[in-house]
Design a protein around this ligand. Sequence first.
Ligand SMILES: Nc1ncnc2c1ncn2[C@@H]1O[C@H](COP(=O)(O)OP(=O)(O)O)[C@@H](O)[C@H]1O
Ligand SMILES: Nc1ccn([C@H]2C[C@H](O)[C@@H](COP(=O)(O)OP(=O)(O)O)O2)c(=O)n1
Length: 232
Amino acid sequence: METAAPSAVIVAIDGPSGTGKSSTSKAVAAKLGLRYLDTGAQYRAITWWMITNGIDTDDPHAIAVAAGKPGIVSGTDPAAPTITVDGLDASGPIRTQEVTSKVSAVSAVPEVRTLITELQRSIAASAEGGIVVEGRDIGTTVLPDADLKIFLTASPEARAARRSGELRGKEATDLAATKEALIKRDAADSGRKTSPLAKAGDAVEVDTTELTLDQVIECVVTLVEEKRAART
Ligand SMILES: Nc1ncnc2c1ncn2[C@@H]1O[C@H](COP(=O)(O)OP(=O)(O)O)[C@@H](O)[C@H]1O
Ligand SMILES: Nc1ccn([C@H]2C[C@H](O)[C@@H](COP(=O)(O)OP(=O)(O)O)O2)c(=O)n1
C-alpha cells in the first residue's frame, strides 16, 4: 500500500447512522483543505448495481461472484462529492429506501468489503494534502494508522429525528418507522463478522446528541489542528 505525503493528515470518522458523519466530514474537509470520502456511498453504489442487475441481495454467494463487476468511482472534492457506477451518476439512486434497506446485507459480504476497502485505501493514499474518510470501519480496518480517529454517537431518538427531517417530502416516512429501520441497520452493521461498525480503541468519542452541527464541526477541526501542531 502506498502512503500519502508525510505532511498529509488522515482523519477517520466512524459511527452509526444519523450521528452527523457526512455533514461533519464534508465541512471539516472544506475548512481544512482536505479531500473527503463517503465510504457509505460506495457500499450504496455497489448495492444499487446489484439491484439493477438482478442479483439476489439475499444471496451472499451471488453477491460475492458479482462483486468485482461494477466500476465505482468517487470524486473527493468536499464541496461537490460525486459517485459514479460504470460511468453513470449514482448520487440520486443510492439514496432510495430500497438501497437503504439492502445495503447492510450487501456490505456484509467479505468479497465486497475486500474490494471496497482496497479502493478506499488507494483513494486515501493518493490524497496528497490529506483526507477525511467517513464510514463504519475506517479507524478499525481501512485506515488503522489514521492520524486522528473520531467516533460519533447520538441517541437513537436524535438520530431518527434528523433522518426523518431529511426524508420528509421525498418519501413517505414517520419517526417511529425511521427509528426502527435505523436501529435494525445499526444492529446488522455492528453484528456482521467482517469489519463491523465499531469504535477503534484509540478513537475520540463525541456524543452529538446535545450539540449543534456547528459545534461538532468546531470540535473536530480543533482536534485535527491539535494533531497537526503536535507533529510540527
Ligand atoms: N449535531 C447535529 N444536530 C442536528 N442535526 C444534525 C447534526 N449533525 C447532523 N445533523 C443532520 O442530521 C442529518 C444526518 O446527518 P449525516 O451527516 O448525514 O449523518 P450520518 O452521515 O452519520 O448518517 C442531516 O440532515 C444533518 O444535517
Ligand atoms: N465503512 C462503511 C460504510 C458504510 N457501510 C455500510 C453500512 C451502512 O448501513 C451502509 C450505508 O452507509 P451510509 O454511511 O451511507 O449510511 P447513512 O448515512 O447512515 O444512512 O453502508 C459499511 O459497511 N462500511
